[in-house]
Ligand binder design. Sequence first.
Ligand SMILES: NC(=O)c1ccc[n+]([C@@H]2O[C@H](COP(=O)([O-])OP(=O)(O)OC[C@H]3O[C@@H](n4cnc5c(N)ncnc54)[C@H](O)[C@@H]3O)[C@@H](O)[C@H]2O)c1
Length: 419
Amino acid sequence: MKKIKAILIGAGLRGQTYTDYALDHPDQLEIVAVAEPIEDRRNYIKEKHHLDEAMCFEDYKPLLDLGKIADVAIICTMDRDHYEPAMRAIELKYDLLLEKPIAPTAKECADIRDAADRNGVQIIVCHVLRYTPFYMTLKKVLDDGLVGRIMSIDAIENVGNVHQSHSFVRGNWGNSQKSSFMLLQKCCHDMDILQWLVGEKCVNVSSFGKLSYFTKENKPEGAPSRCIEGCPAKDCYYNAVKLYLEDEKNDWFRCAATKKTAPTNEDVKEALEKGPYGRCVFDCDNDVVDHQVVNLEFADDTTISFTMSAFNKGGRDIKIMGTKGEIVGDMSQSKIEFYDFAARTWREIPVEAFDENVGHGGGDEGIMRDFIAYLNGEYTGKSIADIDISCENHMIVFAAEQARLQKQVVNLEEFKKSL
Ligand SMILES: NC(=O)c1ccc[n+]([C@@H]2O[C@H](COP(=O)([O-])OP(=O)(O)OC[C@H]3O[C@@H](n4cnc5c(N)ncnc54)[C@H](O)[C@@H]3O)[C@@H](O)[C@H]2O)c1
């Protein structure tokens, strides 16, 4: 297998995760340059991958001005900063590993897809769930006909109350104008995975949902705008001092809040005093929904009911109902059970073990492994989707958001024609 050389654009949490793969698999992947404005993050990549200073940039533009210096560009900037580097890298004929969402509007997603087709480059969107042992097992047993014809699916994306507060209230994705709307940023994974499992075209969607709880009206009486100023709501689940300062093991939250790779308590304290993560969750600039449902109808009559909600512990649940039996799956436990109509019994479907320390149920490592095999022409699995499929599945998300906002049923074909 040929070693793939890559440049990294955006060395935040996602960029660090994907490029860490090169440290464990130096025979497969080499990082040759980085663009990242935050010095601490840029230096993290520089040191880990032994880069010359000349290969470390504060912005993606001078890096891409060098022309094509590697096989792949890994693009892990924020949602609204995917489009420009992606379009420039495509013109340079880089293959892309592109973070989701492809872009914040349907038109920009289609532009990226068309540019990729024109330039003959591969773009794999980081729909990491496709590469988890849990969903790979589900896909295999469904394709093997275990449940017969799929009739209905109930799927729940349990965002988790604390995760919601961190990412979708205080953090990067709370305000849709700064990032994108909730269904796109969080549940484009779910729409993609559901379409993949069903294996048919989605034809109609409807949706309802609102931001109802993480709002100013629910702010406890006397609560200051920052938890660190001393909040009278002693039992608040979202107290930033408890979540970020006192929980020293929570690297994810602490690194995101401080934008540092190894933050001290002093760094965290400063972030809570001045930065967005110190704010009262009931006094932020968030506008994305905290609960939403989407109904989907597919060309083969399969119907899906999908719920995204902040009000739970976290994880994904799925129930797949077919003509020969029913599957119940819990991704956080990596557990799949099958009720067989013929035998009238439940049995467990084994899911390949994965290292619990690797992110997204094994998906972060899985996507890197499969992406590299794919570029080498050695990929034989079912998970990889090209940009045409990813773009098509993003369209379900845009159509669902239109359905929510306009309280309509949206037909996918008509929606795409209207673009
Ligand atoms: N696939 C998944 O499951 C998954 C999970 C979380 C986030 N994401 C997506 O990944 C993307 C990144 O998320 P993150 O959590 O790493 O965010 P982040 O804020 O930690 O990282 C983004 C980085 O881009 C850098 N950046 C900004 N402008 C730049 C420029 N001009 N040139 C180069 N770098 C620049 C920022 O300084 C920052 O370090 C987002 O689009 C997000 O929606 C995907």
